[in-house]
Design a binder for this molecule. Sequence first.
Ligand code: NAP
Length: 279
Amino acid sequence: MNQPLILDGKALAKKTEADLLSRVEKIKAAGKGTPVLATILVGSDPSSATYVNMKGKACARVGMESRRIEMPETTTTAELLAKIDELNADPAVQGILLQHPVPHQIDERECFDRIALEKDVDGVTCLGFGRMAMNERAFGSATPAGIMSIIEAYGIETRGKHAVVIGRSPILGKPMALMLLNKDCTVTICHSRTANLPELVKQADIVVGAVGKPKFVKAEWIKDGAVLIDAGYHPQYQCGDIDLENASHLSSAYTPVPGGVGPMTIATLMRQTVEAAER
Ligand code: NAP
């Protein structure tokens, strides 16, 4: 069998950022000011802080500003809603990112849905999700939208292909399934109650691992020549949700971990913020 194609998300993210840098320069040259992404971090979860830091650095790389808002662990839903209202009303802010997860006492869904549609650059609102599902203009959830950019950039055929998405979370599995459906895949969505998971994955032309469990998808489940998209990342083991070590050679193409989906998630957030500023 031929060597699988490596879907290099890191290289694509670099290219995307270079393009964004010139678009941001144009926005500034037009006298529209510097685009601003507001990031809200509630509590002190170290991985969430790392993700927010990475997004702040990416803003700087493309010439944008990030406005970092940190709120204490004890923040209430009402306090967070008030902060989101303030950012919605601020004309200097083009995009709002509320870092998931928030502390348990906060109603995360209510807070996500308070973000104004035109500033929902991370694609987390129900309204944005619904519009995306209907193929109307809206920013997609950043991780699946980044995956779609990888699929497009590498010319992976989606029409008529059977995609099996493992995971149905609101930010990843569910929007992923709808984006693939909108690109003419036949989609199967699997979750923790799915029976016969290995048999379903074995039928997939495209497999998306979005489970949150290291090396959960086994090599024996993979059909020869399938495209493997691994959205998981487990830094402690430097692996994702698919056992790529044993499965990648069976595939026709795969996203490596790290360096696949992760970098494109951040690049997509940047792209959508620039788009919000251009509008
Ligand atoms: P999540 O909210 O925990 O969702 C996990 C999904 O996997 C759920 O739908 C769950 O099913 C399903 N699942 C759990 N155990 C299963 C099993 N035994 N068989 C089949 N399905 C099972 O996680 P998430 O936020 O979607 O994230 C998933 C992965 O993507 C994680 O590894 C995360 O680190 C990664 N991620 C990466 C990025 C990035 O930027 N690269 C961004 C977001 C997430 P139920 O619905 O039935 O519980």
